[in-house]
Design a protein around this ligand. Structure first.
Ligand code: ADP
Length: 260
């Protein structure tokens, strides 16, 4: 990306809507992209940035569960959607809220694109930042996000594993080609401390995402350990970033870096 061109685009986007859009992407599914997006949004809100969350993951919209807002349908006013309030100070809209509960989302490109536009053009009130949880990979939703809605930047989530990294590089390549700067790479599921014996192990390796970021000249934003408490709280709709326990610390640190 040409720095000058990027700066002009960011300025235009901010001028049009008055808010910053930050996309969270990954090369493949299951690496913790949605978990990271939810906790990043909650951590930003706790740090005083008015933050909204857009769940654009048509393959597995999980934000309503992660933020304890399952089954709540957003209301509309004059064809504009009103985001759903959550307990965590982060208003939210999800692709999953546009279909009947349990129904598969089998939209083709143009439909997914117009659904995404509805979510982004909703009445976000005084939100300063919108975190967008993208579907994994490099499909239609990502393209229309990057080309039409021009996020200020993207955060890429990967596990330290080689395969996840190769896929992440494809996603990074797409952002680069559409001129959306990569804010940085997050390594998730990096290292595991056994809750019983305290021994440290690294099921997916460690440091792989950091060294890949370095090779590509991208900032490394930090790592989040593989922690059963993160999974447990995520399943329970209680994001770790909302509390003061150790499992929330990594997200607070990431939010501080993204705010800069
Ligand atoms: P994605 O959005 O990339 O498909 P999810 O955020 O849905 O991935 O995460 C997949 C699963 O892994 C979920 O059950 C989630 O709770 C769990 N998970 C994600 N990150 C962590 C972590 N750092 N420690 C433990 N479990 C995690």
């Amino acid at each position: 990306a040409v720095p000058g061109v990027t700066a002009v685009r960011v300025a235009q986007t901010a001028e049009k809507t008055g808010r910053r859009i930050i996309a969270v992407g990954s090369g493949k599914g299951g690496v913790g992209k949605s978990t990271l997006a939810a906790n990043l949004a909650v951590a930003l809100a706790r740090a005083g940035t008015r933050t909204g969350l857009v769940d654009a993951d048509i393959y597995g919209p999980s934000q309503p569960r992660l933020l304890s807002a399952e089954g709540i349908r957003p209301e509309g006013r004059d064809k504009t959607l009103l985001p759903v309030a959550t307990r965590f100070g982060v208003p939210m809209l999800s692709m999953g809220q546009l279909v009947e509960p349990g129904q598969a989302i089998a939209w083709r490109g143009p439909m997914a694109g117009s659904a995404l536009a509805q979510l982004l053009d909703a009445d976000w009130g005084d939100c300063e930042v919108l975190i967008v949880d993208l579907p994994p990979g490099t499909g239609d939703v990502q393209l229309s996000m990057l080309q039409k809605h021009r996020p200020e930047g993207a955060v890429i989530v990967s596990t330290p594993q080689d395969l996840a990294l190769i896929d992440a590089m494809r996603a990074i390549d797409l952002f680069g080609k559409t001129g959306v700067p990569v804010i940085g790479v997050v390594e998730n599921m990096a290292g595991y401390i056994c809750p019983h014996c305290g021994e440290f192990s690294d099921p997916f390796g460690i440091g792989g995402a950091e060294s890949a970021a370095g090779t590509m000249g991208l900032p490394f934003l930090g790592r989040v350990p593989l922690d059963p408490a993160i999974r447990r709280r995520s399943d329970a709709g209680d994001p770790p970033a909302a509390g003061d326990e150790p499992e929330g610390e990594a997200f607070a640190l990431l939010a501080a870096r993204v705010r800069q």
